[in-house]
Design a protein around this ligand. Structure first.
Ligand code: TRP
Length: 331
């Protein structure tokens, strides 16, 4: 039996070069060795204001971006959260088991409610319970997440404990978080202390996989670097430059030492020009495939449907077990 990996992504922004690098490094390996589910968390996106048109368009766009990056819809189950209603069904049961005190501790809720003062809704607060449902529904063994989701993963594990204390063991598998072990870390272009993030407000911080060539060039060339001149991989003193070298290294297959020797006696600017070209060339087929997919929404609808159809029976099996354990009468 293969282990199950589940990963969700909130439908905001566009996928980035960081996602590309994570994807090419991991997906192909993972899809053969594990049972992999990837979903778009459109319900989670609703915790902040969404224009309905934009949300719908972005869901298609995200789905197409995943496919364009090479995620195989046959080998993996790729689906949209809201198309599998069991997510919200399980969420209610788990909501009734989660003490307020545990939710009050969530730092992301605190941050988000400071940021969205005009829309501090209950969904923002119960968000981590819906996330726990996403994971527990599929009996996931491993959940790759960013550092910012570590606390939510802990809560998910706590919720398994609450359930077992009240109803006994055997309903859910205890999931493990898989934090930051998935290949090279790509950092923000202007602020290399931070991870490159698709939801960054400053667009100069990330390259999106569907950016136009001009915009990619501009962003790479204006990436923040120190005032030195020697091209040397040094994460502590040359974080910005080292980040560019990491990207260069992954995309070209050269080691950072090779890059150092290639640019001996040259300036940072030379490296930036070459890197910009390399990124543009690398992302060109991705962007083309993406634009092609977006022309055919019927095809995307079909793939979404078949993903949801494959995910649903598994989700239903868990909900059935849960309803039974909790004492709800079968229909
Ligand atoms: N909250 C996650 C994020 O913002 C997205 C997410 C929702 C998720 N449900 C999940 C991630 C389940 C992993 C598993 O990144």
């Amino acid at each position: 039996m293969k282990k199950t990996i589940l990963s969700g992504s909130t439908v905001t922004g566009d996928l980035t070069l960081g996602n590309y690098i994570g994807a090419i490094n991991n997906w192909k390996k993972l899809q053969d060795d594990y049972d992999c589910l990837y979903f778009l968390a459109d319900l989670h996106a609703l915790t902040v204001f969404q224009d309905p048109k934009v949300l719908r368009e972005r869901t298609y766009s995200f789905f197409a971006q995943y496919l364009a990056l090479g995620l195989d819809p046959q080998k993996n189950i790729i689906f949209v959260q809201s198309q599998v209603p069991e997510h919200t069904e399980l969420s209610w049961i788990l909501t009734c088991l989660t003490p307020l005190g545990y939710l009050n501790r969530m730092t992301q809720f605190k941050e988000k409610s400071e940021k969205h003062v005009k829309n501090i809704n209950a969904g923002l607060y119960t968000y981590p319970i819906l996330m726990a449902s996403d994971i527990l529904l599929y009996q996931a063994d491993m959940v790759p997440v960013g550092e910012d989701q570590r606390q939510h993963m802990e809560l998910c594990r706590d919720i398994v404990g609450f359930f077992e204390n009240r109803y006994g063991a055997g309903t859910f598998k205890m999931p493990e978080a898989y934090v930051g072990k998935m290949g090279a870390r790509v950092m923000s272009l202007q602020d290399p202390e931070k991870k490159m993030s698709k939801s960054d407000e400053n667009e100069k911080n990330f390259v999106s996989i569907i950016d136009e060539a001009k915009s990619i060039e501009k962003k790479i060339k204006s990436a923040a670097t120190d005032s030195g001149t020697e091209v040397k991989f040094d994460l502590e003193n040359k974080a910005g430059l080292s980040n560019l070298m990491t990207i260069y290294s992954v995309l070209s297959g050269k080691t950072t030492e090779q890059i150092e020797s290639d640019y001996m006696g040259k300036m940072y600017g030379h490296l930036k020009v070459d890197l910009a070209e390399l990124v543009v060339e690398t992302l060109k087929p991705v962007r083309e495939k993406y634009l092609d997919l977006m022309k055919n929404k019927d095809y995307l609808d079909q793939l979404m449907k078949s993903g949801a159809d494959r995910a649903r029976p598994r989700a239903q099996a868990t909900v059935r077990k849960v309803y039974d354990a909790v004492g709800l009468v079968k229909s």
